[in-house]
Design a binder for this molecule. Structure first.
Ligand SMILES: [Zn+2]
Length: 420
């Protein structure tokens, strides 16, 4: 992913997921931080700020509500026994923004209305709540509410439709939670035992208006990774007999936080995000695999604070939120999966391209992986910014080889799990 696209990408992305895919970000210090609990620059008599969107995501661990506004505003939140409400000051509700019926066992619904001339009120009707967190992000300005508690019903009751690969049933939200999942159909090679890995989410990066990295000759990351992802999905189903859900199977844009939300929602056991790399150094080439680790972000935080003219204190508040979210992240399993995939992918690539470079397994703050509750990795298949790598990426043979390599890595990971 190129620097400019990257910045654009994170601009479109939501919350902490902004620390996205391409680790270039870390070097950019492009972390766009929004101070928590701060007020706005809005003066009295200033025009009202439109509230433009209200949405939610249900994951096994929490439900997130996001309120988007045209700019930063001052707000308050209050907790009542069965209700949580926010008053957004100096705001005006856009006509298209409607109440949400959620019914996922944590939240019954979210209601939104023009409460007073210059105040929009958002009311969360609670089913069950243990704790909640309210925080904000910028570009666009969003107020986020995360609610945790005991679910009284499965999240599969929620109505959101998740896009899935063509051979998937359309109603993926009806799938059983993993514990109750029936063994999936046996693949052609019945000898392979998927063990406890029943479902894999494959995430071709970018899509729609977000092309990802674009090579000088116009090859787009989003197209290449979709081809590899579709091929991989077919192979995982056929050769491993494991169920696959794609975050996208066509050229559509999906926000980062929705990608892991999909994986959480369908009870995926593994999450594999596929990307193509880019570097300002045109000579850079090779394969690398990432997993999420925020433990090494001290330097990044300092850089981010400097670049964004914000204080380290604010950066660490954000880090605190991130570390909190990391609690469910399967660090060791992700490292193990990354290792198997990198090893197998490199080995496979060598068979067709003897000069391919092994850049190894790396860790970093990748927003697309934040929020995933299963082992999750991000594969950078080759560099679109490198002429020779680009030729490979465009070649269907290399695309198939890449899918084969990732498949072999997943297989190796599952085999080692079964042994242990
Ligand atoms: Zn990418």
């Amino acid at each position: 992913m190129k620097r400019r696209e990257f910045v654009k990408y994170i601009g479109l992305a939501a919350p902490y997921y902004r620390w996205v895919a391409c680790r270039a970000l870390a070097a950019q210090g492009s972390l766009l931080l929004s101070p928590l609990w701060t007020g706005s620059a809005q003066a009295a008599g200033a025009p009202l700020v439109p509230v433009t969107e209200l949405k939610h995501w249900s994951t096994p661990d929490y439900t997130r509500v996001s309120i988007t506004l045209d700019q930063e505003v001052r707000f308050e939140h209050h907790k009542l026994p069965n209700r949580l409400y926010l008053d957004l000051q100096g705001t005006h509700l856009n006509a298209g923004v409607k109440d949400l019926n959620i019914g996922d066992g944590l939240l019954k619904s979210v209601r939104i209305a023009q409460f007073a001339a210059s105040t929009v009120r958002v009311v969360l009707d609670l089913d069950s709540i243990k704790e909640y967190k309210v925080f904000t992000f910028s570009d666009p300005f969003r107020v986020i509410v995360d609610v945790k508690g005991e679910r009284r019903q499965e999240i599969s009751a929620s109505k959101e439709v998740i896009e899935s690969a063509p051979s998937e049933p359309k109603n993926v939200e009806k799938v059983n939670p993993p514990e109750k999942a029936k063994p999936v159909e046996k693949g052609k090679q019945a000898k392979f035992k998927p063990g406890r890995i029943r479902r894999i989410v494959i995430d071709p990066g970018h899509g729609g208006h977000d092309p990802g990295a674009v090579s000088p000759s116009g090859t787009r990351e989003k197209d290449i990774v979709l081809q590899i992802g579709l091929d991989l999905a077919q192979k995982v189903r056929d050769e491993l007999g494991i169920d696959v859900v794609m975050t996208r199977s066509t050229d559509v844009f999906i926000e980062l936080q929705e990608r892991t939300a999909i994986a959480n929602k369908v009870g995926a056991d593994l999450f594999v995000s596929i990307h193509a790399n880019a570097s300002l150094n045109r000579a850079a080439n090779g394969i690398e695999t990432y997993y999420l680790n925020l433990a090494k972000t001290e330097k990044v935080a300092q850089l981010a604070a400097k670049e964004n003219g914000t204080s380290l204190e604010k950066v660490s508040t954000l880090q605190a939120i991130l570390f909190d979210l990391m609690a469910n992240y399967k660090l060791n399993d992700s490292a193990h999966l990354a290792d198997e995939v990198q090893k197998a992918l490199y080995k496979k690539a060598l068979t067709g391209y003897p000069t391919v470079k092994n850049l190894g397994v790396k860790q970093g703050p990748f927003y697309v992986l934040v929020g995933a509750t299963m082992p999750s990795i991000l594969v950078e298949t080759a560099f679109l910014s490198n002429e020779r790598d680009e030729q490979k990426l465009k070649d269907p043979h290399y695309q198939a080889l890449t899918a084969d390599g990732i498949l072999a890595g997943i297989k190796g990971y599952i085999t080692s799990l079964n042994k242990g």
